[in-house]
Write a protein that binds this ligand. Sequence first.
Ligand code: GTP
Ligand code: MG
Length: 261
Amino acid sequence: MYQLSTLGFGPFFEEQLSRSEHPAGVPARIAGEHRGAYVVWSASGAGRAQLAGKLRTRLEGKGFPAVGDWVVLKDAPGPDRITIIDEVLERRTVFTRGAAGRLGRTQVVAANIDIVFAVCGLDADFNVRRIERYLARIWASGAQPAVILNKADLCENTAERMPEVESHCPMVPVYVTSALLSEGLAVIRASIREGLTAAFVGSSGAGKSTLINAFLGEERMPTGEVRARDGRGCHVTTHRQLACWPEAACSWTRRACGSCN
Ligand SMILES: Nc1nc2c(ncn2[C@@H]2O[C@H](COP(=O)(O)OP(=O)(O)OP(=O)(O)O)[C@@H](O)[C@H]2O)c(=O)[nH]1
Ligand SMILES: [Mg+2]
């Protein structure tokens, strides 16, 4: 069972539901995608869902729902059935990246995210230009950006790095953490109020999954070693999913891929 307001359902989506073709449908949020079906969370619980045939045809070429989208289901989801998605509600924010495909279309990475943290390691991963490129994409998404400089335990000049990043990223909060030692996390957690959705982006190996595990208080996301030479990871996380934080806020991690770095 989920409380819709905790999942981020507010007036923006309520109003769309009330004037939709399916006002009696069940609002739900896409929390993941698994074997061609969506994982959906609704007030009555979690389950799996797939697009109605008509909707699939309508969305062909325009893009299918992404993690974080709000949808309208025909029936309440349940553990023993696959329900039908009748409608996708308009997005408040949308985070994209250029797709690698021949047509060069942009790909929706996640929808309706409130805060996106650009994570950068304070090891060989450190690169202010890359942080700036991430911030440009975050601003364009409509979400609020923030920077996490992670792996502070490996850095001897954090005191210089922090103002360097702040001077290139005006108006953007910059946090320093060691996910490995669970340091610097409380202030970030406090910045994510109930009902907000946060996402973590950054190069492979920056420590996104380690951070999320530290926030969740359990080893939910697999993590991987980085190359000593350049601090690069090996793209361990290849999917996106929502997770509810113990205090209710939600987080998400994206597929880390070379073209996004
Ligand atoms: N020393 C140190 N190591 C860290 C810290 N955070 C993460 N690591 C290590 O960095 C490596 C990569 O961490 P991940 O969390 O897998 O990185 P990721 O950003 O999720 O990488 P992808 O899933 O490949 O995108 C792992 O070996 C972690 O243990 C930290 O604060 N300090
Ligand atoms: Mg990961």
